[in-house]
Design a protein around this ligand. Structure first.
Ligand code: CTP
Length: 214
């Protein structure tokens, strides 16, 4: 099977020195890449900047911005059987990037941001992807409701939802606790290391892929 995984944060530049980003470490996406490889599949990893070692066997596409991630997804998705969007992509980016360092001026500064393109939302429509489509949802409240909204809006087969307000789990942690949100039901998985969880998630995603084929 050919599997696409997006991982890590994006960086949205303001000027040559500064960017907007988020707390994603990329650990969950990279753990999934390792687990799919261990299960004998071929993995393309599109990743924002992380501190992690890139698994030798992956086809690695490094990106920085949400726009670059979107373009890389568009180029690769056509060859994939399964796509897992684990990246924490910035939803907004500065309306303009200053070519020189921005100097401080008044007491306040209002920054204009514009929406970034969403690769997961474009997968089914614009990119015509017919394979198994899996997204992530990081929420601080109403986990199931918000995840189910994303499942429907982005036409996914599965949303892996995690409550990032729980201390010790999710963003930047080695452990995670997730709720699997399928079109017809939910399944709560027990807390686990991202490594162990990745193997459990790969099994669930492959089972889902089999079901969609039959
Ligand atoms: N995603 C993406 N490209 C974006 C934004 C999100 O591919 N520009 C993907 C993420 O990788 C993840 C899912 O979409 O799989 C997350 O959905 P999203 O609606 O972006 O979540 P939030 O940013 O948390 O949305 P909201 O702020 O509305 O809760």
């Amino acid at each position: 099977m050919h599997v696409l995984i997006t991982a890590g944060p994006t960086r949205e530049p303001l000027d040559p020195l500064r960017f907007l980003t988020n707390r994603s470490s990329g650990k969950m996406g990279y753990a999934l890449a390792h687990a799919f490889i261990r299960a004998g599949h071929s993995v393309t990893l599109i990743s924002g900047p992380t501190e992690l070692d890139v698994p030798d066997e992956v086809d690695f596409i490094p990106v920085e911005t949400a726009a670059e991630m979107f373009a890389a997804v568009g180029h690769t998705l056509g060859r994939m059987d399964i796509a897992v969007f684990a990246a924490a992509v910035a939803d907004y980016t500065p309306a303009s990037v200053e070519p020189q360092k921005i100097k401080k001026a008044g007491a306040t500064w209002t920054l204009e941001l514009v929406r970034t393109p969403d690769g997961l939302a474009a997968a089914r429509g614009e990119f015509g992807f017919a394979g198994t489509l899996v997204g992530f949802a990081a929420e601080t409240e109403a986990l199931e409701v918000n995840a189910r909204d994303k499942l429907i809006a982005k036409r996914c087969d599965l949303i892996i939802a995690n409550d990032v307000s729980k201390p010790g789990f999710g963003f930047d942690s080695d452990r995670n606790e997730v709720l699997l949100v399928y079109p017809d039901y939910n399944e709560a998985l027990p807390p686990a290391s991202k490594h162990a969880l990745a193997h459990r998630l790969v099994a669930a995603i492959l089972e889902l892929h089999q079901k969609r084929q039959s």
